[in-house]
Design a protein around this ligand. Structure first.
Ligand code: GA4
Length: 329
């Protein structure tokens, strides 16, 4: 464990940021969930990118904006009030320090367990409306994630359509909800003029099965392409961005890619994002599905449970190659 101290602004500077020409990078796959070809496009996007955007998702925009306004009330409360909901241990309010291995980001956040009876009710108990909206939002977003996972299983010709979604639906599912607030950073302006960037949330892959992200209209999210270039994802407050997590990469024996992403901060505008990380129960074995393996195809990974993977993830910095440790040599 690394001792937490007040980080200096220089610690947030992104060191490597080769400029990219937005005209030369491929468009982010866009999937209309109301269209019959969506399952084919979903699988294609998971294989090629591990990342896509969904529209016609059925989640009421009113619910989404209610959640954003309740979250805004929380993050604009006095620091002393917010700190009553922290520190994140592992759940709760956090400010700049991410995880327990010295990672810092220009971000404030709330990390909540998604089980209805869990401590998230206590963490935001004094924000009654916030708590109710989180409940409704989590129910809807989990249903959407399950629907997407079932479409994927169908397209992969897996007989058991709920093979992935049942892990999120399980009462013991270890899913997490995160609300990130990236305040504007005026000190960054000069650095930005020289092409510099400030890290909001450092590069990483998500350890779970699937992540469902929604943000306001401020940019900041970046994904890495196969050739190592970072590209900015144009924000879209009415759509959801989905990414494959490490566990889904393993269950598909590497067919689906868990994508590396990060968030950069902004000198003028604040960014707010909410992410549902759909995870399996702790005792679940994370292993390639037998029905997906071709004849003679071997698992690329050693056998492990979600508990073992999560424990290992918590012991390393954000950018650590977590899956590498579980790959067969
Ligand atoms: C990345 C994805 C989710 O935000 C998260 C993060 C978690 C945390 O903030 O506590 C971790 C990070 C995330 C992976 C490596 C460890 C754990 C911070 C960190 C340095 C909630 C998750 O599940 O894994």
């Amino acid at each position: 464990m690394v001792a937490l101290s007040n980080p200096t602004i220089e610690q947030f500077y992104v060191k490597t940021c080769k400029p990219v020409n937005p005209l030369t990078y491929p468009a982010i796959p866009l999937i209309d969930l109301s269209k019959p070809d969506s399952k084919h496009l979903l699988v294609k996007a998971c294989q090629e990118f591990g990342f896509f955007k969904v529209v016609n998702h059925g989640i009421p925009l009113k619910l989404i904006s209610k959640l954003e306004s309740e979250a805004t009330k929380f993050f604009s409360s006095p620091q002393s009030v917010k700190e009553k909901s922290g520190p994140p241990n592992p759940f709760g309010y956090g400010n700049k320090n991410i995880g327990r291995n010295g990672d810092v980001g220009w971000v404030e956040y709330l990390l909540l367990n998604t089980k209805p009876e869990s401590d998230y009710n206590k963490i935001i108990a004094s924000f009654e409306n916030f708590q109710c909206v989180v409940d409704d939002y989590l129910r809807d977003v989990k249903n959407m994630a399950c629907e997407i996972l079932e479409l994927m299983a169908d397209e992969l010709n897996i007989e058991q359509k709920n093979v992935f979604s049942k892990m999120l639906k399980d009462e013991q599912s270890d899913s997490v909800f995160r609300v990130n607030y990236y305040p504007p950073c005026p000190e960054l302006q000069e650095h930005e003029i020289n092409g510099g960037k400030l890290i909001g949330f450092g590069e990483h892959t998500d350890p779970q099965i699937i992540s469902v992200l929604r943000s306001n209209n401020t940019s900041g999210l970046e994904i890495i392409l196969k050739d190592g270039r970072w590209v900015s994802v144009p924000p879209d407050s009415e759509s959801f961005f989905i990414n494959v997590g490490d566990s889904l990469q393993v269950m598909t024996n590497g067919r689906f890619k868990s994508i590396k992403h990060r968030v950069v901060a902004n000198s003028k505008k604040s960014r707010m994002s909410m992410i549902y990380f759909g995870g399996p129960p702790l005792n679940e074995k994370i292993t390639p599905l037998a029905s997906l393996l071709e004849r003679d195809e071997e698992s690329l990974y050693k056998e492990f449970t979600w508990f073992e993977y999560k424990k290992s993830a918590l012991n390393f910095p954000l950018s650590h190659d977590r899956l590498g440790f579980f790959e067969k040599i």
